[in-house]
Design a protein around this ligand. Sequence first.
Ligand code: CU
Length: 120
Amino acid sequence: MKLIQVACAAVAFVATGVAPLHFAGPQSEPRRIDITARKYGFEPNQITLKEGEPVTLVLKSADVPHGLKFRELNIDVKAGKGKTGEVEFTPEKAGDFEGHCSVFCGVGHGSMSVTLHVVE
Ligand SMILES: [Cu+2]
């Protein structure tokens, strides 16, 4: 019986459609989203968040300094050369939000983007 409950919980977790990079535990800590920036792109570049669920965006640079800015969300996180920067926030509005690299990093800088899908 116990095993069935665990199995169901696992299925429900997977069925949310959000691919958790790290399991943050039961609602206490913000969910951690790791994003790697390198010339010239972000990995992942599509992220699904839930409205009202606090998250920590952790931006890691794999090479030169980069940043990630979501103008509409008032977020701008920077990561120095080979370093990590993080910002905590709670998406309050459903929709798609485009983020761009906010530190000039070379010829492909303008094409570095991330799409945040905030779902209800
Ligand atoms: Cu850049």
